[in-house]
Design a protein. Structure first.
Length: 262
């Protein structure tokens, strides 16, 4: 009887992924989730083979129109059979150390309510170790009774009402394979960021519009040691400056359209 009670106290894990048109990345992510007890994939309308690939690799696939990053991920959390949630993006994977750490962790009673992993990004063929991109800790394993995804538009994250510890291993994040992809992502995310700032009542003055991008470049490239990331580090700094410049330009445009001062 004692052994049975102990077994029931051990955590079971539901892995969740939200995806749309991720056929090129998905198999890698799903195979790294073999340490989970189930995989739930929420698809928001893929026109490629994303749902078929997910199903072929054992995931339970559910369609849900896009609601926003945090809302979509919380929807996936709500579909899980188990309270412990392991969340990945489709362009990520758990490295072998992280997979082994989760398997080991499942053999004991959790000492925390959430666990974070270091995340290492691959950008234009290089693993980035500086530029403010590493270790980029992310909470991705959490008890849904104590945590949820927050963030209306961008920069969604898991907020845990309890103790958070660091899990061994890393999440490997495969970002841009070509330089053309990065400006495209910046346009998407700055649309969202500008809208979020507008709804919070924020404005931006002339000084910030022109000074902040320069400061972000210098801070990323020199103070965050992007210079040690080679050519990719320079591009990351330049794109970080571009992000700020485009975000502020879009915010100023929307403020003007709504008659707000900027």
């Amino acid at each position: 009887m004692t052994s049975r009670v102990t077994d029931l106290s051990m955590p079971q894990v539901s892995a969740t992924i939200v995806a749309c048109n991720e056929a090129n990345n998905l198999a890698r992510a799903l195979r790294s989730l073999a340490c989970a007890d189930e995989i739930v994939l929420v698809d928001s309308g893929s026109t490629d083979q994303t749902p078929a690939i997910a199903a072929s690799l054992g995931a339970r696939v559910i369609y849900q129109p896009w609601q926003g990053y945090a809302a979509q991920k919380n929807f996936a959390t709500g579909l899980a059979r188990h309270d412990w949630i392991l969340s990945l993006d489709a362009d990520e994977e758990l490295d072998t150390e992280a997979q082994a750490a989760i398997r080991s962790w499942k053999g004991s009673q959790p000492a925390a309510d959430g666990y974070r992993f270091a995340r290492r990004a691959r950008y234009l063929g290089r693993w980035i170790l500086h530029s403010g991109w590493y270790p980029d800790y992310k909470v991705r394993l959490f008890d849904r009774r104590k945590g949820e995804w927050c963030g209306k538009y961008v920069h969604e994250s898991v907020i845990v009402n309890g103790r958070v510890e660091t899990m061994p291993g890393e999440i490997l994040h495969y970002t841009c394979d070509t330089l053309e992809e990065h400006p495209q992502r910046i346009e998407l995310y700055t649309d969202l960021a500008a809208q979020e700032m507008l709804e919070r009542g924020e404005t931006v003055n002339f000084f910030r519009r022109w000074f902040d991008p320069i400061w972000v470049f210098l801070h990323t490239y020199f103070f965050r040691l992007g210079v040690l990331d080679g050519h990719q580090g320079f591009l990351i700094a330049a794109m970080a400056a571009r992000y700020v410049r485009r975000k502020y330009a879009k915010l100023a445009s929307r403020c003007a359209a709504f008659g707000h001062d900027s």
